[in-house]
Design a protein. Structure first.
Length: 253
Protein backbone atom coordinates (compact mmCIF):
# COMPACT_ATOMS: atom_id res chain seq x y z
CA UNK A 1 0.00 0.00 0.00
CA UNK A 2 1.44 3.43 -0.85
CA UNK A 3 1.50 6.29 1.64
CA UNK A 4 -1.63 7.97 0.30
CA UNK A 5 -3.67 4.77 0.49
CA UNK A 6 -2.38 4.15 4.01
CA UNK A 7 -3.45 7.63 5.09
CA UNK A 8 -6.86 7.21 3.47
CA UNK A 9 -7.43 3.92 5.26
CA UNK A 10 -6.48 5.53 8.58
CA UNK A 11 -9.38 8.00 8.23
CA UNK A 12 -12.33 7.59 10.60
CA UNK A 13 -15.16 7.04 8.14
CA UNK A 14 -17.75 8.03 10.73
CA UNK A 15 -16.18 11.49 11.17
CA UNK A 16 -15.67 12.62 7.62
CA UNK A 17 -16.40 16.28 6.84
CA UNK A 18 -19.65 16.58 4.87
CA UNK A 19 -18.74 19.97 3.41
CA UNK A 20 -15.20 21.13 2.64
CA UNK A 21 -14.50 24.69 1.47
CA UNK A 22 -11.20 25.78 -0.03
CA UNK A 23 -9.36 29.04 -0.69
CA UNK A 24 -7.02 28.18 -3.56
CA UNK A 25 -4.15 30.59 -2.95
CA UNK A 26 -0.59 30.65 -4.25
CA UNK A 27 -0.86 30.23 -8.03
CA UNK A 28 0.99 33.49 -8.73
CA UNK A 29 3.84 32.71 -6.35
CA UNK A 30 4.12 29.18 -7.72
CA UNK A 31 4.51 30.58 -11.24
CA UNK A 32 7.07 33.16 -10.13
CA UNK A 33 9.15 30.45 -8.44
CA UNK A 34 9.28 28.54 -11.74
CA UNK A 35 10.06 31.69 -13.73
CA UNK A 36 6.65 31.60 -15.44
CA UNK A 37 3.99 34.28 -15.86
CA UNK A 38 1.18 34.31 -13.26
CA UNK A 39 -1.38 32.84 -15.67
CA UNK A 40 0.67 29.66 -15.92
CA UNK A 41 0.19 29.27 -12.18
CA UNK A 42 -3.56 29.46 -12.66
CA UNK A 43 -3.38 26.89 -15.47
CA UNK A 44 -1.43 24.55 -13.18
CA UNK A 45 -4.00 25.28 -10.47
CA UNK A 46 -6.69 23.72 -12.67
CA UNK A 47 -4.92 20.33 -12.30
CA UNK A 48 -5.21 20.66 -8.53
CA UNK A 49 -8.92 21.47 -8.91
CA UNK A 50 -9.25 18.25 -10.94
CA UNK A 51 -7.45 16.18 -8.28
CA UNK A 52 -9.23 17.59 -5.22
CA UNK A 53 -12.60 17.12 -6.93
CA UNK A 54 -11.82 13.48 -7.74
CA UNK A 55 -10.50 12.75 -4.24
CA UNK A 56 -13.46 14.50 -2.56
CA UNK A 57 -15.79 12.39 -4.66
CA UNK A 58 -13.87 9.17 -3.88
CA UNK A 59 -13.92 9.96 -0.17
CA UNK A 60 -17.69 10.45 -0.20
CA UNK A 61 -17.57 14.14 0.70
CA UNK A 62 -20.96 15.67 -0.22
CA UNK A 63 -20.03 19.33 -0.87
CA UNK A 64 -16.79 20.89 -2.09
CA UNK A 65 -16.84 24.70 -2.32
CA UNK A 66 -14.02 26.41 -4.22
CA UNK A 67 -13.20 30.12 -4.23
CA UNK A 68 -12.37 30.37 -7.93
CA UNK A 69 -12.80 34.13 -8.43
CA UNK A 70 -13.68 36.77 -5.85
CA UNK A 71 -15.51 40.05 -6.34
CA UNK A 72 -12.20 41.76 -5.53
CA UNK A 73 -10.37 39.71 -8.20
CA UNK A 74 -12.05 41.93 -10.84
CA UNK A 75 -9.47 44.55 -9.79
CA UNK A 76 -6.52 42.43 -11.00
CA UNK A 77 -4.71 43.40 -14.22
CA UNK A 78 -7.13 42.96 -17.13
CA UNK A 79 -4.95 40.34 -18.90
CA UNK A 80 -4.94 38.18 -15.76
CA UNK A 81 -8.73 38.51 -15.39
CA UNK A 82 -9.17 37.59 -19.06
CA UNK A 83 -6.93 34.51 -18.69
CA UNK A 84 -8.78 33.38 -15.58
CA UNK A 85 -12.14 33.75 -17.32
CA UNK A 86 -10.87 31.82 -20.32
CA UNK A 87 -9.39 29.10 -18.10
CA UNK A 88 -12.59 28.69 -16.10
CA UNK A 89 -14.65 28.21 -19.29
CA UNK A 90 -12.05 25.93 -20.84
CA UNK A 91 -11.68 23.81 -17.70
CA UNK A 92 -15.40 23.31 -17.13
CA UNK A 93 -15.91 22.25 -20.74
CA UNK A 94 -12.96 19.85 -20.66
CA UNK A 95 -13.93 18.34 -17.29
CA UNK A 96 -17.63 17.87 -18.00
CA UNK A 97 -17.45 14.23 -19.24
CA UNK A 98 -15.48 13.15 -16.17
CA UNK A 99 -17.75 15.13 -13.83
CA UNK A 100 -20.70 13.25 -15.31
CA UNK A 101 -18.87 9.91 -15.04
CA UNK A 102 -18.23 10.62 -11.36
CA UNK A 103 -21.81 11.77 -10.72
CA UNK A 104 -20.63 15.28 -9.71
CA UNK A 105 -23.15 18.11 -9.69
CA UNK A 106 -21.97 21.63 -10.51
CA UNK A 107 -23.46 24.51 -8.59
CA UNK A 108 -22.54 28.17 -9.16
CA UNK A 109 -22.33 30.72 -6.34
CA UNK A 110 -21.80 34.43 -6.91
CA UNK A 111 -22.73 37.27 -9.20
CA UNK A 112 -22.53 35.00 -12.26
CA UNK A 113 -24.07 37.61 -14.58
CA UNK A 114 -20.75 39.51 -14.37
CA UNK A 115 -18.86 36.57 -15.94
CA UNK A 116 -18.23 37.18 -19.67
CA UNK A 117 -20.74 35.51 -21.96
CA UNK A 118 -18.58 32.74 -23.39
CA UNK A 119 -17.39 31.16 -20.11
CA UNK A 120 -20.80 31.92 -18.56
CA UNK A 121 -22.56 29.84 -21.22
CA UNK A 122 -20.15 26.95 -20.59
CA UNK A 123 -20.74 27.20 -16.86
CA UNK A 124 -24.51 27.20 -17.28
CA UNK A 125 -24.27 24.28 -19.70
CA UNK A 126 -22.22 22.24 -17.19
CA UNK A 127 -24.57 23.19 -14.34
CA UNK A 128 -27.64 22.10 -16.32
CA UNK A 129 -25.97 18.94 -17.68
CA UNK A 130 -25.03 17.79 -14.17
CA UNK A 131 -28.28 18.84 -12.47
CA UNK A 132 -29.37 15.19 -12.14
CA UNK A 133 -26.11 14.05 -10.50
CA UNK A 134 -26.40 12.84 -6.92
CA UNK A 135 -22.77 12.45 -5.82
CA UNK A 136 -20.43 15.26 -4.83
CA UNK A 137 -21.81 18.78 -5.26
CA UNK A 138 -19.04 21.04 -6.56
CA UNK A 139 -19.81 24.64 -5.66
CA UNK A 140 -17.83 27.07 -7.76
CA UNK A 141 -17.69 30.56 -6.25
CA UNK A 142 -17.31 33.02 -9.10
CA UNK A 143 -17.51 36.77 -8.76
CA UNK A 144 -18.31 35.89 -5.17
CA UNK A 145 -17.72 37.68 -1.92
CA UNK A 146 -19.39 37.18 1.38
CA UNK A 147 -20.25 40.84 1.89
CA UNK A 148 -21.83 40.91 -1.58
CA UNK A 149 -23.88 37.83 -0.68
CA UNK A 150 -24.99 39.12 2.73
CA UNK A 151 -25.94 42.53 1.31
CA UNK A 152 -27.89 40.82 -1.47
CA UNK A 153 -29.78 38.68 1.06
CA UNK A 154 -30.54 41.73 3.23
CA UNK A 155 -31.92 43.56 0.19
CA UNK A 156 -34.09 40.59 -0.78
CA UNK A 157 -35.55 40.31 2.73
CA UNK A 158 -36.12 44.07 2.93
CA UNK A 159 -38.09 43.93 -0.35
CA UNK A 160 -40.19 41.05 1.02
CA UNK A 161 -41.01 43.15 4.10
CA UNK A 162 -41.89 46.20 1.98
CA UNK A 163 -44.14 44.04 -0.22
CA UNK A 164 -45.89 42.68 2.85
CA UNK A 165 -44.78 39.10 2.15
CA UNK A 166 -43.11 38.67 5.55
CA UNK A 167 -43.02 40.56 8.84
CA UNK A 168 -39.78 41.99 10.23
CA UNK A 169 -40.04 39.64 13.20
CA UNK A 170 -40.20 36.62 10.93
CA UNK A 171 -36.57 37.20 9.95
CA UNK A 172 -34.50 34.74 11.94
CA UNK A 173 -31.16 32.99 11.32
CA UNK A 174 -32.82 30.22 9.32
CA UNK A 175 -34.62 32.65 7.01
CA UNK A 176 -31.44 34.66 6.55
CA UNK A 177 -29.44 31.53 5.70
CA UNK A 178 -32.17 30.46 3.27
CA UNK A 179 -31.56 33.66 1.32
CA UNK A 180 -27.82 33.16 0.93
CA UNK A 181 -26.34 31.47 -2.15
CA UNK A 182 -25.69 28.38 -0.03
CA UNK A 183 -29.39 27.94 0.83
CA UNK A 184 -30.20 24.35 1.71
CA UNK A 185 -26.58 23.27 2.15
CA UNK A 186 -24.95 22.38 5.45
CA UNK A 187 -22.26 24.83 6.61
CA UNK A 188 -18.65 23.87 5.80
CA UNK A 189 -17.14 21.57 8.40
CA UNK A 190 -13.62 22.29 7.23
CA UNK A 191 -12.12 25.31 5.47
CA UNK A 192 -8.68 24.82 3.93
CA UNK A 193 -6.56 27.74 2.73
CA UNK A 194 -3.36 27.04 0.83
CA UNK A 195 -0.57 29.52 0.13
CA UNK A 196 0.49 30.46 3.67
CA UNK A 197 -1.81 33.43 4.38
CA UNK A 198 -3.98 33.03 7.45
CA UNK A 199 -7.06 35.07 6.59
CA UNK A 200 -10.57 34.54 5.25
CA UNK A 201 -10.63 37.15 2.45
CA UNK A 202 -14.38 37.81 2.36
CA UNK A 203 -15.26 34.11 1.93
CA UNK A 204 -18.38 32.42 3.39
CA UNK A 205 -18.31 34.66 6.48
CA UNK A 206 -21.78 33.64 7.64
CA UNK A 207 -21.34 29.95 6.82
CA UNK A 208 -17.98 29.36 8.58
CA UNK A 209 -19.19 30.44 12.04
CA UNK A 210 -18.28 26.97 13.40
CA UNK A 211 -16.03 25.58 10.67
CA UNK A 212 -12.61 24.18 11.51
CA UNK A 213 -9.93 26.27 9.79
CA UNK A 214 -6.81 24.69 8.28
CA UNK A 215 -3.99 26.80 6.86
CA UNK A 216 -1.09 25.32 4.94
CA UNK A 217 1.94 27.07 3.43
CA UNK A 218 1.77 24.76 0.39
CA UNK A 219 0.99 26.72 -2.80
CA UNK A 220 -2.23 25.65 -4.53
CA UNK A 221 -0.57 24.01 -7.59
CA UNK A 222 1.54 21.90 -5.18
CA UNK A 223 -1.39 20.92 -2.93
CA UNK A 224 -1.25 17.14 -3.18
CA UNK A 225 -3.80 14.43 -2.39
CA UNK A 226 -1.70 13.50 0.62
CA UNK A 227 -1.84 17.05 1.95
CA UNK A 228 -5.60 17.07 1.49
CA UNK A 229 -5.89 13.84 3.50
CA UNK A 230 -3.56 15.35 6.16
CA UNK A 231 -6.02 18.25 6.50
CA UNK A 232 -8.89 15.80 7.02
CA UNK A 233 -6.86 13.84 9.59
CA UNK A 234 -6.17 17.11 11.42
CA UNK A 235 -9.89 17.93 11.28
CA UNK A 236 -10.75 14.53 12.76
CA UNK A 237 -8.47 15.23 15.72
CA UNK A 238 -10.30 18.41 16.67
CA UNK A 239 -13.08 18.64 19.22
CA UNK A 240 -16.03 20.61 17.85
CA UNK A 241 -17.71 22.21 20.84
CA UNK A 242 -20.13 24.72 19.31
CA UNK A 243 -19.88 26.87 22.43
CA UNK A 244 -20.32 23.96 24.87
CA UNK A 245 -17.75 22.65 27.33
CA UNK A 246 -15.50 19.72 26.52
CA UNK A 247 -17.27 17.64 29.22
CA UNK A 248 -20.68 18.33 27.68
CA UNK A 249 -19.43 17.27 24.27
CA UNK A 250 -17.89 14.09 25.65
CA UNK A 251 -21.11 13.21 27.51
CA UNK A 252 -23.12 13.87 24.33
CA UNK A 253 -25.25 16.50 26.05
C1 LIG B 1 -5.21 32.66 -6.04
O1 LIG B 1 -3.84 32.62 -6.34
C2 LIG B 1 -6.02 32.00 -7.04
C3 LIG B 1 -6.99 32.60 -7.79
C4 LIG B 1 -7.33 34.02 -7.65
C5 LIG B 1 -7.73 31.87 -8.83
C6 LIG B 1 -7.94 30.42 -8.61
C7 LIG B 1 -8.25 29.81 -9.92
C8 LIG B 1 -7.87 28.59 -10.35
C9 LIG B 1 -7.19 27.61 -9.49
C10 LIG B 1 -8.07 28.20 -11.75
C11 LIG B 1 -9.46 28.07 -12.25
C12 LIG B 1 -10.44 27.46 -11.36
C13 LIG B 1 -11.41 26.55 -11.69
C14 LIG B 1 -12.43 26.21 -10.64
C15 LIG B 1 -11.51 25.87 -12.99
P1 LIG B 1 -3.07 34.00 -6.45
O2 LIG B 1 -3.07 34.42 -7.88
O3 LIG B 1 -3.66 34.99 -5.51
O4 LIG B 1 -1.63 33.59 -5.99
P2 LIG B 1 -0.56 34.48 -5.23
O5 LIG B 1 -1.15 34.77 -3.88
O6 LIG B 1 0.62 33.57 -5.15
O7 LIG B 1 -0.31 35.70 -6.06
Amino acid sequence: MDQLQEKISSLDKSRMPVHVAMIMDGNGRWAKKQGFVRSEGHAEGVSTVHRVTKLSSDLGIKYLTLYAFSTENWNRPSEEVATLMYLIGWAIERELPELLRNNVRIHLLGDIERIPEEPRKKLFFARDATAHCTGLQLNMCLSYSSRWEITYAARKLAKMVVNGEISVDAIDEKMFADNLTTAGMPDPDLLIRTGGEERISNYLLWQIAYSELYFTPVLWPDFSDEEYVDAIIDFQNRERRYGKTSEQVQNNE
